[in-house]
Design a protein around this ligand. Structure first.
Ligand code: GLC
Length: 492
């Protein structure tokens, strides 16, 4: 296998900072690539919330005071370094005092308003990474970018830096994790971030619906584009609701656009070695799972009963995730004789209504806005069923974690949910979860009813649990596919 030098850039990386699943991917994929002897480094912004002591961030003397100029304004970047815990993957933290040393990542935690200068903030981050590479004299073969916060790099490489000998032959890969937020800003922003203003005219490479669209820019300039499951790649092109206005552009680029399914990090998400859960268990002996369930329920002040299945939901609260479908179904779900635990922040209206249900159903229902990583692991380890009725899901990771922890997923049939959960077959047996027929409450209830019927049959439930836990979602397969993509574009 060829060896490449790869720089990964992203706006968040687990465990340093995580607001969504993308952080897990931007951490686990580089680790897997490293396992295949790739030379890999990562760069992310140094936000205020990143705990420098906990993760032993070190100053790098020669990476201090790097000037970064955009639109004639120079800012100074200072770069620190650390490793992803328990790995040899080096991470550089790009510090630009006035842009990233703030209380929030994308928005002000107090007012909940997104920072007005987000385009400028991330433009500086992207340019700072390019300047840091030069200062380091480390010339990658590939810069692998993730979502709109890194969409500037494919553009800069082919415009401003196109004649820079240092970047000659450096290729970019752009991974789409979610098209809901494409990085759309007022047209005038182009000038502020050194983008060619002539391309902001209607039909231009950066213009979408009269706005400057960073994702569109990245798609136009990247050497290769991927998204996080094969089904989602097909949906983007064939279903306008899912392609969100970029389907036909990606169809034009079909020869350099592919879906590569996300994997999961087994060092972190395996019930047999998980350090966050009180009782480890594996496919041969699930007794520890029952213990975790008892502990979880007592922490939630809910009563344990071995015949009552515990259903969990771990997800941001939004219509995209089908949180409204779950909210409307709560009464009916509880009538089916289950206990329900939901965690996640997001849509205020839905979250408030979920909160009210805490009082209506004490002991049966718990909704919590936040959950730390430890609690998240315990919920997966202690619950019997996991719900993910998303309307839109590029990959989804928690249903995969659900499979691994035998928290059997009940999912809608979209995106990566479709690619990862195999519907149980009542006549033949086999399958790893339950797939909803359509995207509505009725279908959710039906799928849960099917699951509960099986839950009563301990033998068969064990069989589904075994199938679920034994599925292979390690990064190995997908990391190899990425290496293949790197190979194709480097040798193009
Ligand atoms: C985004 C997507 C999710 C995906 C994750 C990691 O959060 O919404 O489906 O699993 O990115 O790629």
């Amino acid at each position: 296998m060829d060896q490449f030098k790869i720089l990964f850039i992203g706006s968040e990386v687990s465990p340093f900072t995580k607001t969504s699943g993308i952080a897990d991917v931007v951490s686990a994929l580089p680790k897997a690539l490293k396992g295949f002897d790739q030379e890999i480094r990562l760069m992310i912004p140094k936000y205020k919330i990143i705990n420098e002591r906990k993760y032993t961030l070190r100053e790098v003397i020669r990476l201090k005071n790097i000037p970064v100029t955009i639109n004639g304004k120079t800012k100074i970047a200072n770069v620190k370094s650390a490793f992803i815990p328990n790995s040899k993957v080096q991470v550089y933290f790009v510090e630009i005092e006035d842009l990233f040393n703030r209380a929030g990542i994308y928005s002000d935690p107090k007012t909940k308003k997104t920072y007005k200068d987000n385009a400028e903030r991330f433009a500086y981050f992207n340019k700072a990474t390019l300047e840091t590479l030069k200062t380091l004299s480390w010339q990658p073969d590939i810069i692998h970018c993730n979502d709109w916060q890194t969409a500037f790099t494919p553009v800069y490489l082919k415009t401003e830096y196109v004649n820079d000998p240092f970047f000659k032959g450096v290729k970019s890969v752009y991974t789409i994790h979610n098209l809901t937020n494409q990085g759309a800003f007022p047209i005038e922003t182009a000038k502020e971030i050194d983008f060619d203003e002539s391309q902001t005219r209607e039909g231009g490479m950066f213009n979408k619906d009269g706005q400057l669209n960073l994702t569109k820019g990245a798609i136009n300039f990247a050497d290769f584009i991927t998204t996080v499951s094969e089904n989602h790649a097909n949906e983007i092109i064939s279903n306008p609701d899912i392609g969100k206005g970029l389907g036909s552009l990606l169809e034009e680029k079909e020869s350099k656009f592919e879906g590569v399914l996300n994997g999961i990090d087994h060092e972190i998400w395996s019930p047999d070695i998980d350090k966050f859960i009180p009782e480890n268990y594996d496919v041969e002996d699930l007794s520890g799972k029952e213990e975790n369930k008892k502990i979880l329920l007592s922490r939630l002040s809910m009563e344990y009963n071995e015949n009552i299945p515990l259903v969990s939901v771990i997800s941001p609260i939004s219509k995209q995730k089908g949180s409204d479908i779950i909210l409307n179904a709560v009464d009916r779900l509880l009538k089916l004789g289950v206990q329900l635990v939901i965690v996640g922040d997001g849509d205020r209206e839905i979250a408030e209504k979920l909160y009210q249900l805490n009082e209506k159903y004490p002991g049966k229902f718990t909704y919590n806005i936040s959950s730390d990583e430890k609690m998240t692991h315990l919920i997966l380890a202690g619950s019997d069923l996991f719900l993910a009725p998303s309307r839109y899901e590029p990959c989804g990771l928690y249903q995969i974690y659900g499979l691994k922890y035998a928290s059997i997923p009940v999912v809608s049939s979209v995106g990566g949910l479709f690619d990862t959960v195999e519907d149980y077959d009542e006549t033949e047996g086999g399958g790893s979860g339950f797939v909803m027929e359509s995207l509505d409450e009725e279908s959710l209830i039906k799928a849960v009813e099917r699951a509960l019927a099986l839950y009563k049959d301990k033998e068969k439930w064990r069989e589904v649990s075994k199938t679920a836990m034994e599925e292979d979602f390690s990064w190995e397969i997908s990391a190899k596919r990425y290496i293949d993509i790197y190979d194709r574009i480097v040798n193009d």
